[in-house]
Design a binder for this molecule. Sequence first.
Ligand SMILES: Nc1ncnc2c1ncn2[C@@H]1O[C@H](COP(=O)(O)OP(=O)(O)OP(=O)(O)O)[C@@H](O)[C@H]1O
Ligand SMILES: [Mg+2]
Length: 228
Amino acid sequence: MASADTARLALRNLRVGRPDGTFILDIAGLKAEPGQCIGVRGPSGAGKSMLLMAMAGLLEGAAGDLRWGQTDLLTRNSGARAAFRQTHVGMIFQDFLLFDELSALANASVSLGFVKVGDRAAIKARAANWLRQLGLQDLDRPVASFSGGERQRVAVARALANDPAILLADEPTAALDWYTADRLSTDLIQAARSGNKTLIAASHDTSFLDRMDRIITLDHGRMVEGAA
Ligand SMILES: Nc1ncnc2c1ncn2[C@@H]1O[C@H](COP(=O)(O)OP(=O)(O)OP(=O)(O)O)[C@@H](O)[C@H]1O
Ligand SMILES: [Mg+2]
């Protein structure tokens, strides 16, 4: 499912405005090659989460030229953007967005409902593999009873279960202890490099950021360091 070309990002003049005419995001340019891992850092409120949402085509008000391979995402309507996300993007949200009443395995393989019957077994198998790889065992228990760090790992497994070309991760290690964070960082980076996926991850975790190929720094919605 992952296509190397889809993982190639070319972004120019990305802007997300506020009603008062100022910008939540105003990014002149950013490129990423398939297999590359890019860290996004910056103070709280700098626009890291908004940048990841814009790159996933989740912000209605985003304007500019945002290409993943041949796909000019911001010119597509919301249905086409959703279809692109479903096929190509694995997203780890800052607040996880899990279904509490569903089990770890059902959450991690939730994209089953959106794919052809023939693709379902592979997604379920990958979801179960990732959950175990990330150190979770009780895959059938509702995630309402999971700890914060366990929920975070379920969200990571869900993002990887579809084998997407693009991984967008919002503080994926924030709820984890040092050891679990380190293991999860290794897994995410390895999944990106070996699968020719582009990983873009917002983080305050310096040991995670240090392992990225590149780091960009945002401040007040602008890229103040790391532009390429
Ligand atoms: N709908 C909105 N209208 C106006 N401002 C908004 C809207 N949504 C987000 N913002 C603002 O945009 C800025 C960037 O938010 P964002 O969530 O991207 O920050 P962040 O860098 O991810 O911060 P954190 O490290 O706390 O997660 C914040 O000041 C936020 O309040
Ligand atoms: Mg954020």
